[in-house]
Design a protein around this ligand. Structure first.
Ligand code: F6R
Length: 592
């Protein structure tokens, strides 16, 4: 979703902003803009579409001393130049960029209109700019005006603000939308995540909710809600600038699919020392004594949680899985000692942050499983575990899913007091390498799928969980309609959609459900469907289409999902669509 980047000091700010916005590209956006401050004033450039277009219209010859940039994923108003950020307040006192949604923007807009304010855009952001100016013109002091603005704004925001005539400060304020500051030599930076600052910054610290402050070339000042000065914790992520490049791959998605075996290995290395698991023992005790393990997540992470629930049930534990945006508005819990497991690649998903607020307000124990160190969800949970998957840039999640399922299996092993899962995961690594080595053979099936309007994925048990993820992957990057279904459910309705040559992709991993799922395939074949089976080797029969190496059945999603990811990737390649940045989607969904 929207991305922010800002910087002040003696360096090539214009290029830092443009390159920073390109780095934030992966979050998803539909327009972009920058504000560059130089002795003659603040210049704003905004363009619909890609950052490349912005780059072309942003002059290189300005004597820029500080600046802010933004990629916008439209919420209030179409992705036009006039709705793109930065927005300038009516009298030109402030220029700002914003991530998040101002919930009470309608009320504030009415109030400002009654004071004579006229708006040039449809955005909630312009309201924030004008509210700030309105207070500033009364109070004549930026800090007091910011406090007055914060008092009025309801909703989520990360704001980076320039003040007319001020060539020293970039002001900021944050609530429920991520913002990070970075320290450099002779310069300071801010952004919605540390990636765009990686080259110029030495270390980074997250801004917490309700904090505000400013950066200058020499200093970073952060204040808490009560006006006291905050002491941020600066750290350097274990990541090099090269790690975020394509490294010879044509797309991040392909690179990230093929990182799966390395991701699994890294998880083993981080959570197992050769003899025992390295999880916090208190966490394992809490998980074992909880009377309900409640998973909450969205999208692909939700699909990983479906498998997590099966693992908990294998241990004899009651477990539930909820979609965050649903649970947030019906947060019913009947258990007396629940433990909440929040699974989020980004650690910044707004729906989950709302759930976390509810969980914390009830004093419940929580565990966040995330790929993003220092993220909001990591900070706000009782316990947290990192996925160590490395940055995931492609919008469609691939290696993060693998990491989530693998980590959940290790956690289950720790709860069970059995380390057998580790050697089972080594088998997975081998099997994943085999799928990667044979991946070219999936191109013809993908080509066939790319010409279809509907695709169905079927499975039973964990294969059903994989079918859901396979379907999501295909639809989000190819725009082909698809559904993931439990095999047995077909004849209760969806079979009506099967017609001649409808592709049905069926997963088979479990001897127990081998026969019933194969009869489901027969049912659709009888109605003209073309069935493409994806089968574990030991269950393969004549006529099966795609065979993958055997692994323990509970870990089979870690292998089957690779096939699904490749099918989606190769089909998207056929269709010549933007694979890493599918339309309408954002990597980090920071608005509800
Ligand atoms: C799909 C995808 C999304 C995310 C979802 C949750 O490929 O990436 O469905 O899984 O938006 O995001 P996180 O895991 O960051 O909370």
């Amino acid at each position: 979703m929207c991305g922010i980047v800002g910087g002040v000091g003696q360096f090539a700010i214009r290029d830092y902003l443009i390159n920073g916005l390109k780095t934030l590209d992966y979050r998803g956006y539909d327009s972009a803009g920058v504000a560059l401050a130089e002795p003659k004033g603040i210049h704003v450039f905004r363009m619909p579409g890609r950052v490349q277009a912005l780059d072309e219209v942003t002059p290189r010859d300005l004597d820029v001393v500080l600046g802010i940039g933004h990629t916008r994923w439209a919420t209030h108003g179409a992705p036009t130049a006039s709705n793109a950020h930065p927005h300038t307040s009516m009298h030109g006192e402030f220029v700002l960029v914003h991530n998040g949604v101002i919930d009470n923007f309608r009320h504030l807009k009415n109030k400002l209109e009654s004071e004579g304010y006229v708006f040039k855009s449809e955005t909630d952001t312009e309201v924030a700019a004008n509210i700030l100016e309105y207070h500033y013109l009364k109070l004549k002091n930026v800090k007091d005006a910011m406090l007055a603005m914060i008092e009025e704004l309801q909703g989520s925001y990360a704001l980076a603000i320039l003040k007319k005539g001020d060539l020293k400060h970039i002001y900021f304020a944050k609530n429920r939308s991520p913002m990070v500051v970075g320290r450099g030599v002779g310069k300071n930076l801010l952004a919605s995540d540390f990636l765009p600052m990686l080259k110029e910054g030495q270390d980074f610290a997250p801004i917490l909710d309700h904090q505000y402050g400013y950066i200058t070339a020499e200093t970073i000042k952060i204040y808490n809600e009560d006006g006291s000065e905050a002491k941020p914790k600066f750290t350097r992520p274990d990541l090099k600038i090269e790690d975020i490049g394509l490294q010879g791959y044509p797309h991040y998605m392909l690179k990230e699919i093929e990182e799966a075996p390395a991701v699994v290995r890294r998880l083993i290395d981080n959570y197992f020392d050769g003899n025992e698991f390295l999880f916090d023992k208190k966490l394992i005790t809490k998980m074992k004594s909880a009377d309900d393990i409640i998973f909450i997540a969205c999208g692909t992470s939700y699909h990983a949680c479906l498998i997590g629930r099966r693992y908990m049930e294998y241990l004899g534990k009651r477990s539930e899985v909820y979609i965050a945006s649903e649970w947030a508005y019906h947060p019913f819990v009947s258990a007396k000692k629940p433990l909440f497991v929040i699974v989020s690649q980004s650690g910044e998903t707004a729906d989950l942050i709302r759930c976390m607020e509810i969980i914390n307000s009830r004093g419940a124990v929580s565990l966040t499983i995330t790929n993003t160190k220092g993220s909001t969800l990591e900070r706000d949970a009782t316990y947290s575990l990192l996925l160590f998957a490395g940055v995931e840039i492609a919008v469609a999640s691939t290696k993060a899913y693998v990491a989530q399922v693998a980590l959940l299996s290790l956690l289950t092993g720790a709860m069970d007091g059995s380390t057998a899962v580790v050697s089972h995961l080594y088998d997975v690594i081998k099997a994943e390498h085999a799928v990667i080595a044979e991946s070219d053979s999936l191109r013809s099936t993908a080509k066939y799928l790319s010409g279809k309007k509907d695709v169905f994925f079927l499975g039973r048990g964990t294969d059903y969980d994989v079918a859901l993820e396979a379907s999501l992957k295909l639809k989000e990057i190819t725009y082909i309609h698809s559904e993931g279904l439990p095999g047995g459910e077909l004849k209760h309705g969806p079979i009506a959609l099967i017609e001649k040559d409808t592709p049905v992709i069926g997963f088979i991993s479990d001897p127990l459900t081998d026969l019933p799922i194969r009869s489901n395939f027969k049912e659709v074949e009888a109605r003209g469907a073309t069935v493409i089976t994806v089968v574990s080797k030991s269950l393969a029969k004549a006529g099966d289409v795609i065979t993958v190496p055997d692994v323990k059945e509970y870990l089979s999603p870690l292998v089957k999902v690779l096939v699904a990811q490749y099918l989606a990737y190769f089909a998207a390649l056929e269709l010549k669509v933007n694979i890493d940045k599918p339309r309408n989607l954002a990597k980090s969904v920071t608005v509800e």
